[in-house]
Design a binder for this molecule. Structure first.
Ligand SMILES: Nc1nc2c(ncn2[C@@H]2O[C@H](COP(=O)(O)OP(=O)(O)OP(=O)(O)O)[C@@H](O)[C@H]2O)c(=O)[nH]1
Ligand SMILES: [Mg+2]
Length: 552
């Protein structure tokens, strides 16, 4: 026989027997219980002085009998599997209250976090007589942003509510309420920003996160921002805010929660356990995109290493947060592989990757050396992700390098030789896009892809002049260049996507960056001034050098 759960200590043997017997009952969906069943519950509850709860499935079978204390009841961990296809758990809670108070805040949040079909409290008087029935259920998305509906209290013996019909129609409405924004087959996600920054900064960062999410292949169903002076170290968000998030996730059927910050392993675990959803942070999202997009051997290895390093501290036991990560976004390795999630093997794999990367690096070094000897100047395109570097390279060289309206379209440095007018030959190198707030785990992987830059003679900094974030993006790139000690290399600033600006916008941008060269990367005819500027900044091409390169 199934065991009575919860606060059973100190109960008399006869009381326990009585509680165990509840497992054999069937509680009719219509009315929720019979008159006799209500009386039985009330008696048991009054005699023990404790709340008694029943988790009932849609056929009215008790899945669990739980004992609480006089004022509350703690529902133990439930199985993860949810009713097939449904978003609710397919279980309702019927429990007793020893005072005639309505449903408590705790009752309601339990209903939310456990995704119960409904929550009912039957109040019991001192004589063990049932009194009033209080019922609440969750709500589909609604204009008032309400989370739940509390039905008017009713007398305990007015058995007119059909609990199963209520749950089924709620599930139908939940399914209808999902926004059409969702792309079929994509995982649905909510974006969350919790920070001490101003709202404007938060919004800008969330916009970027939304782009990243889209690039990673997530459908963004909604966002939530919270400004706070102090972070809750365990759960990041306050309990109330998490409840709000949970409502939105339920209503939008979002299985993924993406936080616009780095989460500690413990925070991630707690949040995933509380919400039973996949919890990702910004770093994981970027890693995932890197994993999808790396193409060269070294690019793939670097990404995999960054992923494994990120994973390592999170491999505490076989926790659920991680097993939830095992599939889909956040759990993808480069190529078609799944990420390794075994601790010992992770360590071994990291060691192997390190040595292979070392090999590759040495070989790349030779290539660079050879190029340097050839005397052909190296021009590197750098800039914020999505600024138009690959497009510019394509137009300049007539080659086809993956250019897409997604972040990080390019993940491996690509080099092309081109002949500029006046028979000047240069090597033009495309690079990975820069991004603000690059997480530490990624910095190495990212900077390794930029190794080529060290031997560049000129950096062409491509900026998206039409972006409202122009200034902060330019600054972010300059900052990273400075950090990598590339600040000394001569530089040309390109104001790309000039076609997306109107005259007044152009004027403003010109004032901020008088040295910038406006171009439309897609339009070859607009590139003349840029080519001129590049040639002017390159070290003089003496005839000797050209001869040298010819001898190669
Ligand atoms: N309107 C307009 N769009 C442009 C221009 N140049 C590039 N784009 C578009 O901007 C998007 C990004 O271009 P990419 O060349 O992939 O940018 P990128 O800097 O290489 O991006 P990552 O490799 O992701 O860092 C593409 O959709 C391009 O078509 C331009 O001059 N005008
Ligand atoms: Mg690119």
């Amino acid at each position: 026989m199934a065991k009575v759960q919860g606060n059973t200590e100190g109960l008399k043997a006869s009381q326990l027997k009585g509680l165990e017997r509840l497992y054999q009952r069937r509680y009719p969906p219509l009315g929720g219980y019979s008159v006799d069943q209500a009386r039985e519950l009330a008696m048991l509850s009054a005699a023990s002085g404790r709340q008694i709860g029943l988790l009932l499935d849609r056929q009215g079978r008790p899945e669990m009998v739980i004992v609480g204390n006089a004022h509350s009841i703690l529902i133990p961990e439930l199985g993860r599997e949810r009713a097939v296809g449904g978003r609710l758990r397919g279980l309702r809670l019927l429990h007793t209250h020893l005072t005639d108070s309505g449903l408590s805040e705790e009752d309601l949040t339990d209903m939310l976090f456990l995704r119960l079909d409904s929550m009912a409290a039957l109040s019991v008087d001192k004589l063990g007589q049932p009194q009033t029935l209080h019922v609440a259920h969750l709500l589909p998305s609604n204009p008032e942003n309400r989370s739940w509906e509390i039905l008017p209290p009713r007398r305990w013996d007015r058995l007119d509510l059909d609990f199963t019909a209520m749950a089924e129609s709620l599930e139908d409405e939940l399914a209808r309420g999902v926004d059409v924004k969702a792309v079929a087959g994509e995982e649905r996600a909510l974006l969350i920003s919790v920070s001490t920054e101003s709202r404007a900064v938060q919004e800008a960062s969330l916009n970027e996160l939304a782009e990243l999410a889209r690039t990673a292949g997530l459908s963004v169903m909604g966002r939530m921002t919270q400004r706070m002076r102090q972070m809750n170290p365990k759960t990041v968000l306050g309990k109330g805010k998490i409840a709000e998030l949970e409502v939105q996730a339920l209503q939008q059927d979002a299985q993924v929660l993406v936080f616009d910050r780095e989460l500690t392993p413990a925070q991630q675990r707690t949040l995933a356990d509380m919400t039973e959803r996949k919890v990702l942070d910004r770093t994981q999202l970027i890693l995932d995109i890197f994993a999808q997009r790396a193409t060269s051997r070294s690019g793939k290895l670097q990404v995999e290493m960054a992923q494994l390093k990120y994973l390592q501290p999170r491999l505490v036991g076989q926790n659920r947060a991680l097993s939830r990560l095992a599939g889909g976004i956040g759990g993808r390795g480069p190529g078609e592989t799944k990420l390794e999630i075994d601790r010992r093997r992770v360590r071994e794999r990291i060691t192997r990757i390190k040595s292979e990367l070392e090999d590759l690096r040495r070989r790349r070094g030779y290539t660079r050396e050879r190029r340097a000897k050839s005397g052909v100047p190296v021009v590197a395109l750098v800039g914020y992700t999505n600024a138009g570097k690959s497009t510019l390279l394509n137009t300049l060289t007539g080659s086809v390098v993956l250019a897409e309206d997604k972040l990080f379209a390019t993940l491996d440095p690509t080099s092309r030789r081109i002949r500029f007018p006046r028979e000047r030959e240069v090597v033009l190198t495309d690079t990975v896009g820069f991004i603000r707030q690059l997480p530490d785990e990624l910095r190495e992987a990212f900077q390794a892809t930029l190794e080529e830059l060290e031997s560049a003679d000129l950096l062409v900094h491509v900026a998206d002049a039409g972006s409202p974030e122009l200034e902060s993006q330019v600054a972010a790139v300059e900052f990273i260049l400075g950090e990598m000690e590339l600040g000394k290399i001569a530089r040309v600033l390109v104001l790309n996507k000039w076609d997306t600006l109107r005259e007044e916008g152009r004027q403003i941008v010109r004032n901020i960056y008088p040295e910038g060269i406006p171009v439309v990367a897609k339009d070859r005819s607009s590139l003349e001034p840029l080519v001129e500027a590049v040639l002017a900044k390159l070290p003089e091409a003496g005839d000797t050098e050209v001869t040298q390169s010819d001898q190669q």
